[in-house]
Design a protein around this ligand. Structure first.
Ligand SMILES: [Zn+2]
Length: 148
């Protein structure tokens, strides 16, 4: 187990085992979903997952292209959209911390949940790496239907 410190959080991680599983998982949820919100997310994903958050995912053995879940939370002011989602890695939260707010306002925190986990993680202790407050522009030519 590797100890990974992220701000005031301390995580115990099996990085090699996590990497092996991400090699077996073929696609993340955003790629298997047909909705237009996920397509917009995919178009911007490489720009979003950068810097500290990408480094964290790499340190935990997580492939940022294989999210467990991405969801569209709200339409903000014109042309802006709020998303959130999560990843899993093998291990446990050793010390709880506060929600971390990164430079681009991205919020990151950790839980010990297995929500919608990939089958490949069956039987493992999992850290659920939550990310929230992802604000993205709309870059697709097709616009989403206005929500009720
Ligand atoms: Zn979708």
């Amino acid at each position: 187990m590797t100890e990974v410190t992220f701000y005031d959080w301390i995580l115990e991680c099996d990085v090699d085992a996590t990497r092996e599983i991400y090699q077996k998982v073929l696609q993340g949820s955003a790629e298997t979903c047909d909705c237009i919100y996920c397509k917009n997310f995919l178009a911007l994903r490489d720009e979003l997952f950068q810097g500290e958050f990408l480094k964290l995912l790499n340190n935990l053995g997580v492939d940022y292209r294989k999210d467990v879940e991405i969801y569209h939370k709200a339409t903000l002011e014109k042309g802006k959209h709020l998303y959130a989602g999560w990843f899993h890695s093998i291990g446990k939260v050793k010390q709880n911390g506060n929600v971390v707010i990164l430079k681009n306002e991205l919020q990151v925190y950790f839980m010990q949940n297995k929500d919608l986990m990939f089958d490949e993680f069956e039987g493992k202790n999992l850290i659920q790496i939550e990310f929230d407050n992802v604000v993205l522009p709309w870059i697709l030519a097709d616009l989403p239907e206005p929500k009720q």
